[in-house]
Design a protein around this ligand. Structure first.
Ligand SMILES: Nc1nc2c(ncn2[C@@H]2O[C@H](COP(=O)(O)OP(=O)(O)OP(=O)(O)O)[C@@H](O)[C@H]2O)c(=O)[nH]1
Ligand SMILES: [Zn+2]
Length: 322
């Protein structure tokens, strides 16, 4: 299916980099052994990566947003162009070892804007916002916070104020599927040709916004030329969607469940002692209930902290868990 205006940013890329090669494609989807490429006419094709030697291309992974050269004769990607930037997700997790592992997952490349979507009907703290900002990183851009479900007016106002006080220079925008004027405002702020990556927890409304901007259900099925015509469900993967009427590209990312939900710090002073002890627990995300080698429980047993103090901490944690 050809769409007007849909070149996936390739024409601009060719001009900007003064390239003579017009066999340039953009990666709009990637699976473990396949990618879907788009050309500047909006045609899509699936490429099996079996013949592509990533090491030779000097990269670990092909990611959504990449501009590449593809040789149909050889059936392989022959070049991945240097990326303007990379949006990554940095997570720390404590696994079986004592070390805290920091993992960097590459989500998308050549991104012009990153929107961090936060639904106002979910529990909000500045710490949570900070965790999002730490987790989703892009070298050369500031994220835009998109407060979704703003039809929850009271919560919306409260959260907007909190953010304004803590981070007065952070860009905050508003959206609600039930307030059409907010969709219009978002549309007005779009910059033609931009590639926008949208991240956020599961259920905050990323797909709903995509549908509202597109004016139709973008059901995340790409019709793939060549081979099977059936199309492919890509709900669990990162997808670059073209919105031809608005002349933008919207990278929808799968929602995450939660981000390193360490203890909420709204009442820290009381439990400073416990939080200091917790650093010696075997597991970084130890709940101090039943995990082995828990330094907090050990301290209760040794009498360093009282049973009552421990219980009130556990109760506090329970109340503050999302
Ligand atoms: N009140 C309210 N509900 C909304 C709004 N936008 C979306 N929802 C609801 O929130 C739920 C999740 O919306 P989605 O758009 O599927 O959320 P998502 O972020 O794409 O979720 P994942 O695909 O899991 O990452 C749906 O039941 C929507 O109807 C909104 O503006 N206001
Ligand atoms: Zn513990």
């Amino acid at each position: 299916m050809k769409n007007r205006n849909v070149d996936f940013g390739i024409k601009t890329f060719i001009l900007k980099n003064n390239l003579s090669d017009n066999k340039i494609y953009r990666v709009i989807n990637n699976f473990s052994k396949k990618v879907i490429l788009a050309n500047q006419h909006g045609d899509l094709l699936t490429v099996n990566l079996a013949h592509t030697n990533l090491t030779k291309l000097g990269i670990d992974k092909i990611i959504v947003g990449d501009y590449v050269s593809y040789s149909p004769i050889e059936g392989k990607i022959t070049k991945v162009y240097p990326r303007d930037n990379i949006l990554s997700k940095v997570t720390s997790s404590a696994e079986k070892s004592w070390h805290v592992k920091s993992q960097k997952q590459l989500l998308a490349s050549n991104v012009d804007e990153i929107w961090v979507m936060i639904a106002v009907d979910q529990r909000f703290t500045i710490e949570k916002l900070e965790r999002y900002l730490e987790t989703f990183r892009i070298s050369d851009r500031d994220p835009i916070i998109l407060l979704s479900k703003a039809d929850h007016i009271t919560e919306y106002k409260e959260i907007k104020n909190k953010i304004g006080q803590a981070y007065p220079t952070l860009k905050v925008r508003t959206v609600s599927a039930y307030l059409p004027e907010t969709i219009q405002q978002i549309k007005k702020m779009l910059i033609k040709g931009h590639t926008i990556a949208v991240v956020g927890a599961s259920g905050v409304g990323k797909s709903t916004l995509l549908n509202n901007l597109a004016g139709k259900d973008v059901n995340k099925v790409s019709n793939v030329r060549s081979g099977d015509q059936k199309g492919r469900h890509t709900t669990t993967s990162i997808t670059l969607n073209a919105l031809p009427d608005l002349d933008i590209y919207y990278i929808d990312t799968p929602g995450f469940k939660a981000i390193n939900s360490t203890a909420q710090k709204s009442n820290p002073a009381v439990f400073n002692d416990i939080e200091a002890l917790a650093k010696n627990c075997k597991f970084r995300n130890c709940s101090h209930l039943s995990e082995p080698k828990c330094a907090v429980k050990a301290a209760v047993q040794e009498g360093t902290i009282t049973e009552e103090h421990y219980q009130s901490y556990i109760n506090f944690e329970k109340r503050n868990k999302k």
